[in-house]
Design a protein around this ligand. Structure first.
Ligand SMILES: [Zn+2]
Length: 413
């Protein structure tokens, strides 16, 4: 069972410095094209037709590829067309946030077939979170007919760094009360499929790379801004994890060494300025200065703050603008350091779009070399609140396309 739970290190995004195995390249080409003949594959990849035929013969029993009639002739015999079977399997993507659990069920083309979302105190209640994960997975599986599209695997996004060397562990600082373990191994026996894990911001980046604003980009950063803040970096076409899997923890970049204490043990981290709870507390502190604010009339929650900012309430706008400026400070440092082609903002705060983007861009412009700014596109995610769960499902798709037999065998074992 132990080999069925893992951090999919190396799986998200192919390593361009390492040649893909030919079988992987052929499968990915059929996935990309949907319909293609063996002869066209041979031409596109510059290999012999017999080699292609041997590999395709090995792929056909996986159910991922099927023969779908004959295509147009280019002079000789009409070729048999191969078709990728996007409905051959279903994938579950689980997004465990600090204060919610979301589950998405997709096909092999990223299409959402079922979706479940529930607010939940994840930090405070590990056992309840684990139960909720299975409840929402069951609900998604109950919404579709799995007869022709059986479940192949589950991807899980965690609000914690995930060290590929210790895939069963989570950071006790990032996931308080979880005692350093996610404890999701029972998903393997319950559903009889492999479970792949990664950090939530990394999977937000993976989703953007496959389906969102970063398609075709090999160097970009995804920033999740919610209860906490974290970043997933794509560098050279693959997720950059660092030596211990904690790269991208920009929420703990220091804004003010004399600032408020942070869960990481330091003071004045970015998270202490822009986390959901911190924004609510900041609004509460400023409320006496804004007696006309709509926030004075109802319980002050993050949702109320978000709605008020969307309605241009002066207090809410001040809180959001100040948060955006702090984010801009850290993004500027990152741009100067890494020079990504794009910075994509996901999570809850960026749902406000222009109210957040404008002050972030202004803050960045004041702090970066012109060349780094000019080439970086700062925008919000188009995938919305489902993005990270979709990224979790994509983790399984990515692993499948790289090594289909391994994943299908794990499912069957
Ligand atoms: Zn911190």
């Amino acid at each position: 069972m132990t080999d069925r739970i893992r951090c999919a290190v190396g799986a998200p995004g192919a390593d361009p410095s390492r040649a893909r195995p030919l079988a992987t390249s052929i499968l990915r080409l059929i996935w990309d094209e949907e319909f293609i003949s063996r002869a066209d594959i041979a031409r596109r990849l510059d290999v012999s037709r017999s080699t292609v035929s041997d590999i395709v013969d090995a792929l056909l029993p996986t159910g991922l590829v099927a023969e779908a009639g004959v295509g147009a002739s280019s002079g000789g015999r009409r070729p048999i067309v191969l078709a990728f079977q996007y409905q051959a399997f279903s994938l579950l993507g689980v997004d465990i946030g600090a204060s919610h659990v979301s589950v998405v069920l997709t096909d092999l083309q990223g299409r959402v077939r079922a979706w479940q979302h529930q607010s939940f105190p994840v930090h405070a209640d590990p056992d309840g979170t684990r139960r909720l994960v299975t409840t929402l997975c069951d609900a998604c599986l109950g919404m579709v007919d799995l007869t022709a599209s059986p479940l192949l695997g589950i991807g899980v996004a965690l609000p914690s760094p995930v060290d590929p060397r210790y895939p069963d562990k989570v950071s006790p600082r990032a996931m308080v009360r979880w005692e350093g373990r996610h404890g999701l191994e029972p998903l393997i026996t319950r559903y009889g499929v492999p479970v792949l894990l990664d950090n939530d911001a990394n999977l937000g980046a993976l989703a953007e790379h496959w389906w969102g604003a970063a398609r075709g980009l090999s160097d970009f950063t995804f920033i999740k801004i919610a209860t906490g803040i974290g970043a997933g970096h794509f560098i050279g076409g693959r997720i950059y994890r660092g030596a211990g899997g904690v790269a991208g923890e920009i929420g703990h970049v220091t804004i003010d060494v004399h600032g408020n204490p942070c869960i990481c043990g330091n003071r004045g981290c970015l998270t202490t300025y822009v986390g959901s709870q911190e924004l609510v507390e900041h609004a509460r502190t400023l409320l006496p200065e804004y007696p006309e604010s709509s926030l004075a009339d109802a319980p002050l929650t993050y949702s109320a703050l978000e709605a008020a900012a969307g309605a241009d309430d002066p207090l809410a706008l001040r809180v959001v603008t100040e948060a955006a400026e702090h984010i801009g400070t850290v993004v500027a440092g990152m741009l100067n350091l890494l020079n990504p082609a794009a910075v994509i903002l996901g999570g809850s705060l960026p749902g406000l779009r222009e109210q957040v983007l404008v002050p972030i861009r202004e803050s960045v412009m004041r702090r970066t070399f012109t060349s780094a700014v000019a080439s970086s596109d700062i925008q919000t995610s188009a995938l919305g609140e489902r993005g990270i769960a979709i990224g979790a499902a994509t983790l399984v798709l990515d692993a499948l396309l790289q090594d289909p037999k391994s994943l299908i065998t794990l499912r069957a074992s």
